[in-house]
Design a binder for this molecule. Sequence first.
Ligand SMILES: C[S@@+](CC[C@H](N)C(=O)[O-])C[C@H]1O[C@@H](n2cnc3c(N)ncnc32)[C@H](O)[C@@H]1O
Length: 348
Amino acid sequence: MEKTYSIKEVSNIFNITTNKIRFYEKKGLIKPKRDFENAYRYFTEDDLIKLQTILMYRELDIPIENIKDIFIDESKDNILNHFHVQWEVINNQIHRMQLIKDSLEEIMDNIYESESEAYKEKTIKIIKSMNDLWQIKNQWKDKWDFNSWARTYDKSVEKHSGSLNFYKYYNGILDTVYEKSVKNKENTINVLEIGVGTGNLANRFLQGQYDIIGIDQSREMLNVAKEKFPELKLRLGEFLNIPFGNGKFDVIVSTYAFHHLNEKEKKIAIKEMIRVLKDNGRIVIGDLMFENQEAKEKIISRLTKEEIEEIEDEYYSNIQSLKDEFKRYSKDLQITRMDELVFIIEVN
Ligand SMILES: C[S@@+](CC[C@H](N)C(=O)[O-])C[C@H]1O[C@@H](n2cnc3c(N)ncnc32)[C@H](O)[C@@H]1O
């Protein structure tokens, strides 16, 4: 006969209250057998395994409803999806907490240093700017729907789709970004790629035996990259809330992704990249850019209405503004023009 356990025994095994066990039962996560005569619950070995899984997932702060969904669909895809969601939730909490912590520091310093009541006004200002920053960090939306582009992305790159033809030198651009980032560096360095897409640039680092991890905001892009390059490490993540600690990477690379951020977002993304970069680290970005406002106007004056619309649907960088922004972190920029609209910037 199958061994069963009473609720008291289960509570002792896991060192949790009987109320907690009843709560999980009420939520439909476990369904112990009931004795019709005395209404006692009997837990099987399977119930115990399930309860252990619930407790484990709760340690990761996964919500009850999500655990329920994992039990309904135990496919690898669904489980991974929930872990990705949780990874994002926790990453956002870390970023939010860090912002609050930084603001508290600023407020406390300000109170110490203020001789009058002036600190009150300054405190309000600090909190307001913290909220504004959080809004920008949290509001970025994928209005291009990269998830639905993921499966056909490589093909459309091959065809240089779009009238501006900026994928014409795609492979050469990726090769150059790779060469510039590893120049004078050992292959023991840590590399981060942001907006990894289907993994074409990351694969160059894999071939060179580099330790690379790619992040992308699109789950479907990550799926395609993983299918193509099973050994590639990938995480859900984005420019504005990079899901890693400070000073972790020797090199950060990105191609054809940075122009999905507007001017304000670019500044935050630069701050984020500098945060996760080691002191003597290097950033190499290959992307759609203009040298400055004057160059932009000159190019635009030669384009068709449709081409201008294509450019204005995104946020091509102004290299002069990037230079100014990186200078704030004592970083220099070297520029290589690859095409009329594609530049590579190397930040050291
Ligand atoms: C045009 S694709 C380029 C993919 C790849 N880097 C390449 O060169 O083929 C742009 C990629 O950047 C990602 N992306 C766009 N905005 C992003 C953001 N804010 N954070 C992270 N990834 C982003 C998209 O999901 C997409 O995978």
